[in-house]
Design a protein around this ligand. Structure first.
Ligand code: SF4
Ligand code: SF4
Ligand code: SF4
Length: 324
């Protein structure tokens, strides 16, 4: 085997799940140890300074304070290749949901008005995904990422090959194929009457399978849960200027209902939004740079700005109740 490449792992603001998935990739595929020398990874090697230069840097988590911002920029200068790992780093992920609220509200209501004396630790107005700040060479999605994908990408880079991008949807991997025409009305929740062996959309439950990138083998539908989009949207949605997650899903549904997708999708979307909170379409991408100029996302942001100033922000209320 030829010379090892050097590898750095930069943890920003995440839950550590991406870090764990990377450990798992090294454990399940020990050939990675023959390919890479880990030169920076606070959990793994005793080194506090960034290396002068590194072949590959893996970023986990969002940029949530000035310290993260500085680290993300400095590591980019030193790394030949940057991999954005997981949905937080790549699309803002679960922490991106905080952008629904004003940071002052979050600090006051959830953190009991805590003051950050250290300027480097003070939270930014909203969590920022890595591609918004530095150019990234590769994205490995999912929350949490799949160890086999981490192995596949690292091995391809080591061998000088371009890792392939997921081109299909979760539906393409799902055994619960849509065999019937889709219904006209939608329901909010999974009830006892839902059959886990029949496509969820065909039973009137929103499933993001048709608009979510393939790669997981349709894990959730196989386990009786509709897909909620943790792999991020398909390449088509990301790359086409006017395309967006809810509008694309509505077009797909209209087509499966046997209607003209372009003409009928607004009516389908209206019905979907009666049962499905629009934020759920963006559970992993709410503050993603890829969606900032997309029409539906822009409308969502306007709605968010209008709502977040008030005290009625539902999630904060729910948490407060839970703490009582
Ligand atoms: S992408 Fe998921 S697993 Fe990775 S840090 Fe974010 S929340 Fe955790
Ligand atoms: S819509 Fe959901 S349940 Fe139906 S085939 Fe696609 S992934 Fe499977
Ligand atoms: S089915 Fe959807 S939510 Fe579940 S792991 Fe796959 S992409 Fe993620």
């Amino acid at each position: 085997m030829s010379k090892k490449l050097t590898l750095a792992f930069l943890p920003l603001a995440g839950c550590g799940g991406c870090e764990y998935a990377t450990f798992q990739a090294f454990t399940e595929y020990p050939e990675l140890y023959d390919m890479f020398e880990i030169v920076y990874w606070p959990m793994v090697v005793e080194r506090t300074e960034f290396p002068e230069s590194v072949d590959i840097a893996i970023y986990e988590g969002v940029i949530n304070n000035k310290g993260h911002l500085k680290a993300a920029l400095e590591m980019r200068e030193r790394a030949k290749t940057v991999i954005s790992l997981g949905m937080c780093s790549s699309f803002s992920g679960v922490p991106g949901l905080a952008s629904y609220f004003k940071i002052e509200e979050i600090l006051k209501d959830l953190y009991k008005g805590v003051e950050f004396e250290d300027e480097w630790l003070k939270p930014l107005p909203a969590p920022i995904s890595v591609p918004e700040i530095v150019p990234v060479d590769y994205i490995i999605s999912h929350c949490p990422p799949i160890p086999a994908h981490i192995h596949y990408t690292l091995k391809a880079i080591y061998n000088g090959e371009e890792p392939k991008i997921a081109e299909r949807t979760v539906c393409s991997e799902c055994p619960l194929k849509m065999k019937t025409k889709l219904p006209e009305e939608w329901r909010e929740r999974i009830g006892k009457d839902v059959n886990p062996n029949v496509c969820f959309l065909a039973q009137g439950l929103v499933c993001l399978g048709p608009v979510t990138a393939s790669g997981c083998g349709a894990r959730c539908p196989r386990a009786g849960i509709p897909c909620y989009g943790c792999a991020g949207p398909t390449r088509d949605i990301l790359m086409r200027e006017g395309e967006d997650i809810p509008t694309k899903l509505a077009k797909q549904i209209a087509a499966y209902q046997g209607k003209d997708p372009l003409k009928e999708y607004p009516k389908v979307l209206e019905k979907l939004l009666k049962v499905y909170d629009p934020r759920r379409f963006y559970m992993f991408t709410l503050n993603s740079v890829f969606f900032k100029s997309k029409p539906f996302s822009m409308a969502m942001r306007t709605m968010m700005e209008g709502r977040s100033g008030g005290k009625k922000a539902f999630r904060l209320d729910i948490r407060k109740k839970a703490h009582r």
